[in-house]
Design a protein around this ligand. Structure first.
Ligand SMILES: C[S@@+](CC[C@H](N)C(=O)[O-])C[C@H]1O[C@@H](n2cnc3c(N)ncnc32)[C@H](O)[C@@H]1O
Length: 440
């Protein structure tokens, strides 16, 4: 059972202590005035969630002060735990403050005067890392275990395995506090935030950017600045996680933008990343079918390239044209330096350059590069290499994921399907068939 569910069943402070001892795998502990005492951490425990972390730390620091006065060995970490939350702090961060001995403690640890609480709160405010157990129990447990092992508070790394989880928590604690943005913007703002160590960004030209004004984080997106309403969630979130992610994960994480796009928008656009194993398979099949020189002999156009995975294995990027619906995906490819020598551009293949009578006129938008237009006009060998978007106007899944009627009909109603697919019946409802017929 999870730590949180076990805590919901706790009937007393003893239960709370035992549940945490088990979850953290504490060894060699004693219980007494200090609720749980180990060589590495002293814990103050409560059997409800109604005491603030500041109040609990004030009680714990009373015992630390007592211990110091008696010449006892003080552990490197201090923690407070209850049924809803937990917090951890390095003892070294409070030692100089306790050494000043300015606090007037109460008769017992629990009878602290308000002045003691105020003074402790002011001092420890920026030093402890707090965890809401309902959402961050794994992070709390791993942080405590790593602290015991390493002697330091180590923030949780953002990796491909926890990307979605971290993103969801980021939305709750930070995204919803950014004034004036929509759900669709969260993924871009999240990447701007995580790919920045507070001083420097890891990538140039990401679609959104993190800036700082008057020491507060500010986001910039599409030429506008967005401030945080409440900054406490921001402080707490980044006390738990480490940023930026390790260098080896950064590009991969950016390329997984599709997994963070809200589900309804994602199924509407058919935005699904192409796994590299599938790309390998496709390239083997192409070599089998077109011969081993196909990458030299054919011009490739992927007109729904997303973040470009289907082309990363291609050894001749000068022969490649890559276009896709979302400018943000093009920006991600540029920031991650994916297929640098290829021509990468935003293009809505089913709506751009379609005339009223269903013909194609590249002069309407002038988005398609000259070289590609010339190759098409001259009848050069062009290989349409795509993993098409899958989205159907009238399928059940779309209805179940809450697409409204306008959106659903939006799938069928591309310029291309309206003007050029009158004879295709129900097949014109599907994005991938539209894509196929447009490619012919
Ligand atoms: C199945 S994904 C392909 C993923 C891509 N191969 C990759 O590795 O990221 C389909 C892509 O087509 C894009 N798309 C959807 N409708 C499009 C349209 N009308 N024109 C161009 N691209 C479109 C989606 O945004 C999505 O990125």
């Amino acid at each position: 059972m999870s730590l949180y569910l076990s805590l919901k069943q706790a009937k007393s402070e003893e239960d709370v202590k035992d549940i945490y001892i088990k979850a953290l795998g504490l060894k060699g502990y004693t219980k007494g005035l200090v609720d749980i005492r180990t060589d590495e951490i002293w814990f103050e425990a409560k059997d409800t969630g109604k005491h603030s972390s500041y109040a609990m730390f004030t009680q714990l620091l009373h015992y630390v002060q007592d211990g110091l006065n008696k010449g006892e060995t003080i552990p490197p970490f201090l923690a407070v735990i209850d049924t809803e939350k937990a917090a951890l702090m390095k003892t070294s961060d409070v030692m100089p403050f306790l050494a000043k001995k300015t606090i007037k403690w109460g008769k017992s640890a629990s009878q602290y005067p308000k002045e003691a609480l105020d003074e402790v709160s002011t001092h420890i405010g920026t030093h402890f890392v707090s965890f809401k157990i309902s959402t961050h129990e794994d992070e709390f447990i791993s942080t405590v275990k790593a602290a015991i092992k390493s002697g330091d508070i180590i923030r949780t790394q953002i990796t491909p395995d926890n990307l979605k989880q971290v993103f969801d928590k980021w939305v709750t604690m930070i995204g919803r506090e950014i004034n004036g943005v929509t759900d669709d913007d969260y993924a871009l703002l999240f990447f701007a935030d995580i790919m920045h160590d507070g001083k420097t960004k890891t990538h140039e030209n990401l679609p959104a950017a993190l800036l700082h004004q008057d020491n507060a984080p500010v986001f910039s997106l599409a030429g506008k600045l967005y401030e945080l309403g409440n900054k406490e969630g921001y402080r707490q979130f980044w006390a738990i996680y480490h940023k930026p992610p390790k260098a080896e994960y950064r590009n991969y994480l950016l390329e997984r933008r599709d997994s963070l796009i809200p589900l309804d928008e994602r199924s509407f656009k058919g935005a699904y990343y192409t796994p590299l194993a599938v790309v390998d398979k496709a390239y083997n099949k192409l070599t089998e079918t077109l011969g081993k020189n196909w990458q030299k002999n054919y011009i490739v156009w992927d007109m729904c390239c997303g973040v470009g995975n289907l082309e990363v294995k291609h050894s001749n990027p000068r022969n490649i044209y890559m276009s896709t619906l979302d400018q943000a995906d093009v920006d991600v490819m540029k920031a991650t330096k994916t297929c640098v020598a290829a021509q990468r551009f935003q293009y809505d293949y089913l709506n751009d350059d379609i005339t009223d009578d269903g013909k194609i006129d590249y002069n309407l938008t002038n988005k398609v590069p000259e070289g590609l237009r010339k190759a098409i006009a001259e009848g050069k060998k062009i290989l349409v290499l795509i993993n098409p978007p899958y989205a159907e106007a009238t399928n059940f899944e779309n209805i179940a994921t809450g697409l409204n009627a306008e959106n659903k009909s939006g799938v069928a109603k591309t310029n291309f399907s309206i003007t050029a697919m009158a004879d295709y019946g129900k097949a014109s409802n599907e994005l991938f068939t539209q894509q196929q017929f447009r490619a012919f």
